[in-house]
Design a binder for this molecule. Sequence first.
Ligand SMILES: *Cc1c(COP(=O)(O)O)cnc(C)c1O
Length: 861
Amino acid sequence: MTAREDARVNASPELTDAPEPEESVPMMSPSLDVKRTTPMDKEEIKRAFLDNLFYVQGKFPVLATQHDYYMALAHVIRDLLLHRWVSSASVYTAEKARTVCYLSAEFLMGPHLGNNLLNLGMGEQIRQALAELGLSLDELMQEEAEPGLGNGGLGRLAACYLDSLATLEIPTLGYGIRYEFGIFEQEIADGWQLERTDKWLRYGNPWDIARPEWAVEVKLGGHTEHYRDAKGEPRVRWKPEQTVVGIPYDTPIAGYRNNTANTLRLWRAEAPESFDVAVFNRGDYYGAVEQKVKSENLTKVLYPNDEQVKGKQLRLEQQYFFVSCSLQDMLRIMRVQHIPLERFHEKFAIQLNDTHPAIAIAELMRLLVDEHGMPWQQAWAITRRSFAYTNHTLLPEALERWPIGIFASLLPRHMEIIYEINAGFLEEVRSRFNGDHDRVGRLSLIDEGGERYVRMAHLACVGSYAINGVAQLHSELLKSDVLRDFYELWPEKFQNKTNGVTPRRWLALSNPSLAGFITANIGEGWVTDLDKLKELERRADDAVFGAKWREIKRLNKHQYAMYLRHKTGVGVDPESLFDVQVKRIHEYKRQHLNILNVIRMYLELKANPNLDIQPRTFLFGGKAAPGYRMAKLIIKLINAVGSVVNRDKSLRNQLKVVFVPNYNVSNGQRIYPVAELSEQISTAGKEASGTGNMKFQMNGALTIGTLDGANVEMLEEVGAENFFLFGHTVDDIQRLQREGYRPFETFERNGILREVFSLLQSGFFAKGDAELFRPLVENLLYSDPFFVLADFQSYADCQDEVGRVYQDAGRWTRMSILNVARSGKFSSDRAIDEYCRDIWNVKPVKTNLLKQHRIMHRSIQ
Ligand SMILES: *Cc1c(COP(=O)(O)O)cnc(C)c1O
């Protein structure tokens, strides 16, 4: 009996019930099975699945866990992707295609299995094949550990952009870091956030392939030596203190229903081979092992801070490490394709996702000048034509600066290069602005006011040919405020690229019932051309259509209510209005404004027991940076209010407050489809764009929001009559700031606010502890840097209006349909189209699937 037959005999009853494949199993290694590379029928899927269970997992069904089944399935899908991947790589290489390199310290990809099935168009086949084996696709999908290699919006944007780049058939490499521990898992205990390490690699990752043959060396620390080469030219050598090796791990990124598979290349740090020699020679085994551990710590953990930076040396090491690996990798690709170095900027368009990879500008100069002997001016001309920079923030505390001391000791050569770039740059500034001394100081790459810092945003601006913000308002504020001096110097560099999200993951995959209904009515073209949703507009007044639209949301809510009860123990009324705020917890996002209004509604219901309001379920979710005390206290407050409100029988179920733990991509995919009201209530001028707002809109939620970030454009798209607008504008806020904002005066003038705060200060939500929320209360009353009190009344009034409008189901449904119909602008396909046209100057390259024998032939050559 062959091993394979043996596996069948030992199969569980469910598995042996399945009909046997008609043809015998070919005796080939699974990876060479030709059929696996083309769309498979059900029998082939089942066979490939069982093969993988046996040969990859080393299990037979009786011993297999759900996770083994998941792994076997993941390998079936990866094998399918490989054909596209190899074919795309082959076409790109043959055509020496211009390539987008998206450099990002974070990629918040979310689970791959469901998305790959969707993009391959194989979901139904796989579901049926598994069902015949007695397995549930949905259950296997739950087994996937989420690769949470990002904090929030910025990392998720990178993931949406990779999806669109593959769907639009743009040759792309995503470059980043393969953190061993991604963003922590959040648990809630006694209302407080607890962090648990995210061991996403514990059972192995079936989606990536290590490429140790393309490893590169990265230097750190030490000093530089200046000397003259044989021709008498001045040269510089970097004598590092330490060397680490970067190993690339590649994940295929499939386009939607096309033949393209691009690459996400994430780097892991390792100690160099020479480590072993050192141990042998020195005999200092433990000392040497310590060095090895130190090297491998480099990519150990993602820094869990969103929108705030601390000058931690390890973070700078991570940034430099992945940037140096990636640039060296690009130079290797140039060598393989026989492209001369002078054409670097023609081969690659490098996008800097925020300033995290901005050190790439100095590193490319070092590689070209020191390692390839290129003259400085030529290298600078190439560098300045290679990079484009996306700014993501207006918060001063999120602008990256590195103390000169840390920077120079880790990157001594880059420090020199930055000084040299700065000297040339400031010379240009002086001659343009007649020696305007203050301006020179403001523009300098070095902050000299007190302790000296390297300003990474300035390096990014000087070294890039394009600079963009991520929503119209944000891009305007960059020009008038944060980067004003750079705008005055180089207005032609500034652009706007309003963010977008992929409708594949965030609608087709996450909300299959709504997606199916839309497709049934307007066809499936919207999936890759989201403007087609406009065709839903003519159904907005169709009562039958509207009733079905409502029913879809209702069913989603009912299912989610069961899930919530299972996860949190709290029962919510699925017929109530689902009002959702999910995003990182941050004072500028103002979760506390939301919860203050919940307290207001609670007080109102307590004061008028017969009051009938629109019943509501407030859902919150989001992680706080572990060291961000105020954010953690806000989580505690939400939970504290929830535990009082949810138990109060006198409210007759009119109010529920639930904090959903561990908001991440998977939980986002569950929650956006059930939301009816989307909370986008940041202080005007603080949220660069937001992308959560877009996911909610696509799933039929209405927005309550300020004129901030991309909300402005959403309002413009859907019309004011389909948007709940409140609060101060950017101009209002700036005026308040100028005139001296005194929140305590606002508080004293507002009777409702006084009641809300008096309840809070009494310890009512803290089992009598009047101290617990004091830091939060005092911050709001005496400082309120994010204008919570200033917007409170406007927000409360607007929320009451929401409740009234919801009671007119027909009107609400119409608004919901129109929101979806007008969400086309917020597809990441639109955003990527604009980047390709206005910044990258790249064109699609079609992939034709190679014949299997040609792949084999080529690989042997
Ligand atoms: C979309 C998304 C975000 C960004 O949400 P905002 O509301 O724009 O801040 C953050 N985290 C996850 C997991 C997301 O999916």
